[in-house]
Design a protein around this ligand. Structure first.
Ligand code: NAD
Length: 354
């Protein structure tokens, strides 16, 4: 497999303006279009092309099919003390997620902790963005997410897709250092990374995919056939267990739904998320967190690196990508760029000159 055409290199600002124009042409108010564009471009800037502007064609199709609703409002399902359950009503996750976190942060400031269920939001994108919003307010957060779309991840010991890539995320401030932002799909890789490899014409490493008959494969094309193959969970039975916990915490406890017999709509990507937001000052452990987290971060990253390796903290790779791509621009593979142009054209917007 090989992809002949060179990638397009584009800086974050013009890319953001283009995405904003497409979302606005879909009927979104200016603030919503700006929030969606900022969030998608941030994912590219942090190296997660899987959750960046390459998602826009799917968003446009979902919008036109009615599975994504512009200018939607959060609906409060239940609110009691530090507990809040919200329904995103298939609105843009970039807006539903931000507003849900704003409310959770306010509750955590008042009560010391907030438990926020956000059900039925359209795609919430890079979950790290929600931890970063809490970190900007000085708060620790933990997020569990499930995904209602075509099941593409096989259970440990299984041979077909039964759930999706169910991400989880933890954000912790570290005194005197950049914060820890642990943010990952519970599959071996995020599905968007399979799409990016497929668009680039690249093979994936062994141990990530099985084909439609459950046989090991390195061809991302197995996920774009009908019937399709499946991704494997990370960490064998342990990652599988974490994925199941995400499915039930987000898809049930947070008020959403889980995947089972009913076929999910092909016209939407629904995320449910359970977030726990903690104010260390109110817990009485802020000083302890500051000293111990810093001491441990310094200690663990002082481990002598294995040959050819570096010891990083979760969140460091994204910060390095951001610095590099903010300066040099964001590479977008030719297939993804063509898909973006086609999606924009559906709403009467032209792509900027490559
Ligand atoms: P990944 O495999 O790149 O792992 C990312 C995590 O690992 C980050 O916390 C990163 O800082 C850390 N990390 C990477 N290299 C490291 C190193 N050498 N040392 C220490 N830490 C390191 O990410 P992924 O699993 O492919 O997920 C990509 C993105 O996709 C995430 O932002 C996730 O939220 C998002 N996602 C979203 C959905 C959704 O439905 N909205 C579903 C799945 C994934």
């Amino acid at each position: 497999m090989s992809s002949a055409a060179a990638p397009v290199i584009i800086h974050a600002e013009p890319l953001g303006r283009f995405v904003q124009a497409v979302v606005a042409a879909g009927g979104s108010a200016a603030a919503e279009a700006e929030a969606v564009a900022h969030n998608l471009v941030e994912a590219n800037l942090t190296g997660h092309d899987s959750h960046g502007v390459g998602m826009l064609p799917r968003y446009v199709d979902n919008l036109l099919a009615g599975g994504l609703v512009a200018n939607q409002r959060l609906r409060v399902v239940a609110e009691q003390g530090s507990l809040l359950t919200l329904d995103g009503q298939a609105g843009y996750g970039q807006v539903m997620g931000r507003r849900a976190m704003e409310r959770g942060i306010a509750l955590a400031r008042t009560h010391g902790v907030a438990v926020v269920g956000l059900a039925n939001s359209h795609h919430l994108g890079r979950i790290g963005a929600w931890a970063e919003q809490c970190l900007a307010a000085g708060l620790v957060s933990i997020h569990f997410v499930n995904v209602i779309s075509e099941p593409i991840v096989a259970p440990f010991g299984g041979s077909d897709g039964r759930f999706v890539t169910n991400p989880m995320c933890v954000g912790i401030p570290i005194e005197g250092r950049e914060p820890l932002v642990l943010d990952f799909a519970t599959s071996r890789v995020a599905m968007g990374k399979v799409r990016v490899a497929h668009n680039k014409g690249e093979a994936l490493a062994p141990g990530i995919l099985i084909d439609e008959q459950g046989r090991p494969s390195t061809d991302p094309g197995v996920m774009f056939r009908d019937p399709h193959g499946a991704l494997l969970p990370l960490g064998e039975h342990k990652g599988y267990g974490l994925a199941v916990a995400c499915e039930i915490l987000a898809g049930a406890l947070a008020g959403g739904s889980t995947l089972h017999h009913a076929k999910p709509s092909p016209d939407s990507i629904i995320n449910n998320m359970l977030s726990l937001i903690v104010d260390p000052a109110r817990l009485g452990t802020a000083a302890r967190l500051a000293s111990e987290a810093r001491a441990f971060a310094d200690w663990v990253t002082a481990s002598p690196p294995a040959p050819g390796q570096r010891v990083l903290l979760p969140g460091d790779p994204e910060r390095a990508w951001r610095r590099q791509r903010q300066a040099d621009g964001i590479p977008i593979d030719a297939t993804t760029w063509a898909q973006l142009g086609a999606a924009a054209a559906k709403l009467g917007v032209s792509a900027p000159a490559a």
